[in-house]
Design a protein around this ligand. Structure first.
Ligand SMILES: [Zn+2]
Ligand SMILES: [Zn+2]
Length: 275
């Protein structure tokens, strides 16, 4: 465990970039060989849009990283936050509790609020407009959403009292988990189901990408599925019945054009009746 901590304390940016691009490359190969949905799409054009949003997410997180570093420094120096208020645990248990709490405050709660607050939904909507979910969809976040998510992550670090190595560890696991849950693959149904008892499985997250309510407003989890189970936001839909997208933006002229996707948060909000 000490080795893991010392690695993540000073993980080089180039390693983070390699994990991100290596993960996409790996899942890209697997989903090309064994695709679940046989999409009739231009994979490179689709990836171009999603990788643009991945790049803007990286730039924003890189530019704001000093805030996260200062927050982690603050909680460590001042013994602030839940982890610092709990009694001393074995390092493994301490790490698992920290990752679970960060997953709740920084990811599950952020995602839930993005669906419930209309102003935030305008930005998060872009993630849902994708009608061809594959591994590149994982980081399809409007730059506005990347800022919103960054604020929640910082809030999570402060509440949980995370040291920086734990934040880096969480973010690394999150990148790979996101690529995995979005990849156009299917695991054996039973295996996916058992996995979804403790982790967000590919089927579980894809139900979140079904184009209609109530499924769009379910399965908010990022890495761990426990939060959806506890808060009653877990829903199940047969994988064959899933239709990707969001019912307000099913027109490819809108959901598959980068320029329009960037503008959506500033357009008049719609209800599903306008489809
Ligand atoms: Zn969502
Ligand atoms: Zn998603």
């Amino acid at each position: 465990m000490e080795n893991i901590i010392s690695y993540f304390e000073s993980i080089p940016s180039v390693h983070r970039a390699l994990i991100l691009s290596g993960g996409i490359a790996l899942f890209w190969l697997i989903e090309s060989a064994y695709p679940f949905f046989k999409f009739q799409y231009n994979k490179w054009q689709h990836a171009g849009i999603n990788l643009f949003f991945t790049l803007t997410t990286i730039v924003i997180n890189f530019a704001l990283a000093f805030i996260l570093l200062q927050s982690a420094d603050f909680v460590t120096t001042h013994k602030f936050g839940i982890l610092n208020w709990l009694p001393k645990f074995n390092l493994w248990i301490y790490t698992i509790i920290g990752l679970l709490l960060l997953d709740f405050f920084g990811a599950y709660l952020a995602h839930f609020v993005e669906h419930k607050v209309k102003f935030l939904w305008r930005f998060h909507l872009i993630h849902h407009t994708d009608t061809y979910i594959d591994t590149t969809s994982g980081n399809r976040h409007h730059p506005g959403e990347s800022v919103i998510r960054f604020i929640f992550t910082t809030f999570g670090v402060l509440i949980v009292g995370c040291p920086m190595w734990m934040v880096f560890l969480y973010q690394t696991l999150s990148v790979v988990a996101t690529q995995f849950t979005h990849a156009n693959i299917c695991l054996p149904k039973k295996f996916d189901k058992y996995l979804s008892y403790f982790m967000v499985s590919p089927d579980m997250h894809k139900i979140h990408h079904h184009y209609q309510l109530p499924y769009t407003d379910s399965n908010y989890g990022n890495i761990f599925s426990i939060w959806d189970r506890i808060f009653g936001t877990f829903l199940y839909l047969e994988r064959e019945k899933i239709i990707y997208g969001v019912d307000t933006h099913m027109n490819p002229e809108e959901n598959n054009r980068l320029k329009n996707l960037l503008k959506i948060p500033f357009q008049k909000p719609r209800s599903a009746q306008n489809v």
